[in-house]
Design a protein around this ligand. Sequence first.
Ligand code: NAG
Ligand code: NAG
Ligand code: NAG
Ligand code: NAG
Ligand code: NAG
Ligand code: NAG
Ligand code: NAG
Ligand code: NAG
Ligand code: NAG
Ligand code: NAG
Ligand code: NAG
Length: 835
Amino acid sequence: MNAYFYFSIILFLLQALQSRAVFNITASEPLLQNQTLLSNSQIFELGFFTPNGSQNQYVGIWFKNMTPSKVVWVANRDQPLANTDRSASLMIGSDGNLKLLNGQQSLIWSTNVTVHSNYSVATLSDYGNFVLQDGNSNEIWGSFDEPTDTLLPNMKVGINVKTGKKAYLVSWKSENDPSSGSFVLGITPETPPQAFSWNGSSPYWRSGQWDKSTFVGIPDMDNTYMNRFSLPQDSQQGTSHFIMSNDNNSYFSYLFISSNGSIKLMDWDAGNDKWLTNWETPTNSCEIYGTCGPFGVCSSLKFPICRCSKGFKPRFDEEWDRQNWTGGCIRETELNCQRNTSTSGPVTVKEDIFMKMSHMKLPNSSTYLPDIADAEECQSWCLSNCLCLAYSYVNGIGCVVWSEELIDIQQFTTAGEDLFIRLAHAGKGPSKQTKVIISLGTIFGIILCGAAIYGLCKWRAKKRGMFKIRGTPALLYPGYTTDRPEEVQNACKEQWRQDDASELTLFSFDSILLATNNFNTINKLGQGGFGPVYKGKLKDGKEIAVKRLSSSSSQGVEEFKNEILLISKLRHRNLVRLIGCCTEGEEKILVYEYLSNKSLDKFLFHSSKKAELSWDIRLHIIHGVARGLLYLHRDSCLRIIHRDLKVSNILLNEKMNPKISDFGLARMFECTQVLVKTHRVAGTFGYMSPEYAMGGIFSEKSDIYSFGVLLLEIVSSKKNTSLDNHGHLNLLVYAWQLWSGGRALDLLDAAVADSFSPSEAIRSIQVGLLCVQDHAVDRPNMSQVVLMLSGESDLPQPKQPTFTFQSLTTHEIKSPQQESNWSTNAVTNTIIEGR
Ligand SMILES: *[C@@H]1O[C@H](CO)[C@@H](O)[C@H](O)[C@H]1NC(C)=O
Ligand SMILES: *[C@@H]1O[C@H](CO)[C@@H](O)[C@H](O)[C@H]1NC(C)=O
Ligand SMILES: *[C@@H]1O[C@H](CO)[C@@H](O)[C@H](O)[C@H]1NC(C)=O
Ligand SMILES: *[C@@H]1O[C@H](CO)[C@@H](O)[C@H](O)[C@H]1NC(C)=O
Ligand SMILES: *[C@@H]1O[C@H](CO)[C@@H](O)[C@H](O)[C@H]1NC(C)=O
Ligand SMILES: *[C@@H]1O[C@H](CO)[C@@H](O)[C@H](O)[C@H]1NC(C)=O
Ligand SMILES: *[C@@H]1O[C@H](CO)[C@@H](O)[C@H](O)[C@H]1NC(C)=O
Ligand SMILES: *[C@@H]1O[C@H](CO)[C@@H](O)[C@H](O)[C@H]1NC(C)=O
Ligand SMILES: *[C@@H]1O[C@H](CO)[C@@H](O)[C@H](O)[C@H]1NC(C)=O
Ligand SMILES: *[C@@H]1O[C@H](CO)[C@@H](O)[C@H](O)[C@H]1NC(C)=O
Ligand SMILES: *[C@@H]1O[C@H](CO)[C@@H](O)[C@H](O)[C@H]1NC(C)=O
């Protein structure tokens, strides 16, 4: 609603009804107030407009057919025309420049460039660039060179340090006043460059360093999400430019800085005819520049958000306790290298050390050292230079060091970089903050979660002899961990050390009883893996979902620990969030966020409710699940295989955003473990891949199989195992029959008959079939699936899935684990049927 309201700048196009469209402005044909200039394909429109409630009139460009409209460029933002002026015109003057004249024929605005030939023509391109060409069709001026508050695809913002020319975005003064406001968004000239916004002259927001594909301070900006951006830097020319690419103009989007300083990336959702906010900043105080002051670390999910890192204490204790963090933190112990040897006596001076912090938005004011080739060299450079206060070795950038106060440091739960802060040797030891957390008694969290993590890591590490020598800085590349088993070990260890699990709330059993009205059956939401799930309401009104582990299940305790361990570390918008846990006596309880639309099966397999799932919603759900799964497989610090992906484990929030739930069976893997064999086949009938059901072998590819089944179920509203598959054994066989017969679209649920896009539907079904291929090697991995779904990669032809559980006869199956000594009987016996 908010966004809508904001964009509802109603354009009172003067005499809009009679306004006549033209496609060029020439010397003989100026643009009058009752005309508009259209781009060739009528995507953009240029004309006179008056913002709601304004006394002024402006010439601007807006999206023609997309409401609420958005003015993307204003010519005369600081030289308005009076709203009452009815005879203004935009014309080409005798000097070949575009000129905006008011009713009295005085000049309001002009392009003011040197034109070498007559016969200039002005046109509006389909990218939204208002272009002035000379008689030889050379572009002599373009509105893209003079941005206002909006960045369109193919437009550049940036800086040229040689000429001093800047193309920055400057916000409107207010929602209805296009004149230059106080917020400015631009690119800094340093290497690596950063995006920066200022409120007047004070810094307001910072992206973090550009690592050649993303900004290190924008964790959302992973490669599957915002890879449409580039920021080429040309040191010869002295230029740095930020570009949002869209060669094809195949989608519509824009990025802008609003009058209140928020930066938004908007995408046009053609299915629903509306603008969607793809990304927005700042959304919390941590994203505002320097909230925690020098050496203060901001974590938006902690309370309070600011803390001093280890070895530092608040500069002004009282102000700090009053949550005025601007004073920041100071060292508890002076650096050894800065110490006066004369005053400190005849002690052997110990070398300073580095404290590693993971998942960091690196501080401002970095210095890039281009000649340093690896992390070790970066560290020793920093150690040998007393002015060096911190370093980081970033994949895609290299060695960066800091010699000024570290400011604007943020800690994320995923993504981000490792930052190594210099400390005096003695200055190590737990900071005040850590002690407080411990004494506050998330003891359970630490003992259970921590011990489990630690135990697991240690056990695994021992088994592999992989603990790194203490004190050697270990490099972590979140999101790239898949090929780096050692780093996974260290990530794991590191995370345990940071007590991340302490972010969980520890609930008392009484408070759970109160919240669920003594586990009243009215509040029961369903039966999840290993126990019933209840809806609950906390004292503060917050709704929760409470999963009560059946005490009878001895198996469950392991799963319980596993689930806590895993979920508490995972943060993704397509995963259900664990808020806390409770153990008292026999009780083992997990507390999750509550999702108002419950699970997907409640819609998908419900004769009337399935109509609520339009094609776009279904596609949205498929994409969301794919991203969640990609995160589990690839992008989280650990590598996780869900093992029980199915429709009833996909929960929906009020906006129908899908979230994957139930990690009770999920397993964490080291990267070297490509295949795992288990003696306990657990999962759900109909979703298990051949190699898993038959041989107990599971890998990422077993999740891919389940995803394929899920996808086909979502498009068809049919259960894989249902008997209603038009006489076919199951949905996969049916889908394959239709596909190979060239009638794939017949698979679609009749409820989406008038909303689907055939090309998207075919693509989805094809991806589904690719995922359920018999041989794990033939199936795509999750990043390929995400690319395939987004239409950015070509799809191979799927092979026929022959594996069908019901028709199982060992001879027919050509799965790669025929040597498996599981008999068919044994398999069926160990299957835990649909929960
Ligand atoms: C301007 O547009 C008209 C059609 O609207 C076209 O006939 C004319 O050739 C164009 N002139 C130039 C110089 O492009
Ligand atoms: C547009 O306005 C001009 C005067 O400003 C007038 O001569 C012309 O007829 C109008 N055209 C239309 C289509 O209303
Ligand atoms: C103009 O803005 C006012 C208040 O900001 C609002 O009440 C009114 O509906 C707007 N007018 C239109 C046409 O939207
Ligand atoms: C046009 O540009 C010249 C320099 O390029 C400048 O001196 C002059 O003031 C400008 N005129 C207007 C109207 O902006
Ligand atoms: C081109 O511009 C010059 C100088 O303004 C003018 O004298 C000449 O007539 C123009 N030619 C045409 C064809 O408009
Ligand atoms: C921007 O700066 C102005 C003036 O310094 C101040 O009044 C305003 O609150 C600031 N806005 C934000 C969002 O910080
Ligand atoms: C342009 O769009 C078409 C279809 O819309 C697509 O096939 C093609 O790959 C796209 N090209 C680029 C460069 O994105
Ligand atoms: C700033 O404006 C945007 C509208 O573009 C709105 O969504 C956002 O909530 C506003 N932020 C604040 C802090 O008012
Ligand atoms: C916050 O603390 C600083 C000193 O660190 C002080 O100068 C400033 O006045 C304080 N601000 C408020 C709002 O108390
Ligand atoms: C270090 O020694 C110099 C002179 O020996 C003295 O001026 C300075 O204050 C000392 N610094 C510290 C931090 O003790
Ligand atoms: C941020 O860092 C850049 C250089 O990295 C520096 O030019 C700028 O002044 C810094 N900003 C602030 C507010 O310190």
